[in-house]
Ligand binder design. Structure first.
Ligand SMILES: *Cc1c(COP(=O)(O)O)cnc(C)c1O
Length: 225
């Protein structure tokens, strides 16, 4: 079984490496987040046996039951929408939150985090009504507020663009996130080195546009039921 996973991992690694090469970026400027949502602890164990350490989950409740059954020493990242009333549990299980989409949630995480908690601010750059994420014009104010907090550390931005079967159509949203980041760094004087963008079908375009975290589920673990 590990062989199947190892083959998939190899293929994803090759895609990341060639996208980095094409973009003139070092391979270690992009991290692979293995998105294990809906998959059992055995799938995580297999991935860990193949050397993966960084895992992403999108639901607190699922993570709460799964993480204790997974090998120790892994790093867990929350990538899905989080309600403020679950911030305490989330801060307990996750080492980083990619999906902070409101000031209220940021404040809840600040009050429940035990130690420093790195976060990314999720931005709805496409303006698509169905998507979670802050409006681009809200982000500067949230960064200023975070800069007054003790435990929250904003490391950058995250986005989930509208799905398009053609990754080239998604490029504009990835470049919009990068440009917003550049502008916010100027405006707030806060370093924002991390950009979490790119999934199984569009990781190459995301890396070309500056992604530092690609979140890969399907192409590592297979289709979800
Ligand atoms: C499920 C999910 C992914 C992984 O998507 P794949 O297309 O399966 O690689 C990435 N990011 C978020 C926020 C997700 O919910």
């Amino acid at each position: 079984m590990c062989r199947t996973f190892a083959d998939r991992l190899n293929r994803v690694e090759q895609r990341i490496a060639s996208a980095c090469e094409k973009a003139g970026r070092p391979r270690d400027s992009v991290r692979l987040l293995a998105v294990s949502k809906t998959k059992p602890p055995e799938a995580v164990r297999e991935a860990a046996a193949c050397g993966l350490r960084l895992f992403g989950e999108n639901k607190v409740q699922e993570a709460q039951s799964k993480i204790p059954m997974c090998p120790a020493g892994l790093e867990w990242h929350l990538i899905g929408h989080l309600q403020s009333n679950k911030a305490k549990v989330a801060a307990h299980y996750f080492q980083m939150v990619h999906s902070v989409d409101s000031l209220k949630l940021l404040q809840a995480l600040e009050s429940h985090a035990g130690t420093a908690l790195p976060v990314l601010l999720q931005v709805n750059v496409s303006g698509e009504a169905a998507k979670f994420g802050m409006k681009p014009e809200e982000v500067a104010g949230v960064i200023e507020a975070a800069n007054q907090m003790q435990k929250i550390e904003v490391h950058g931005l995250m986005t989930i663009p509208p799905f398009s079967p053609d990754p080239e159509k998604t490029r504009v949203h990835f470049s919009a996130l990068r440009k917003l980041r550049d502008q916010l760094q100027e405006e707030t004087g806060t370093p924002l080195p991390e950009l979490s963008m790119g999934m199984s079908h569009d990781l190459e375009v995301a890396i070309e546009e500056g992604s530092t975290w690609v979140r890969i589920g399907t192409d590592l673990f297979g289709a979800r039921g």
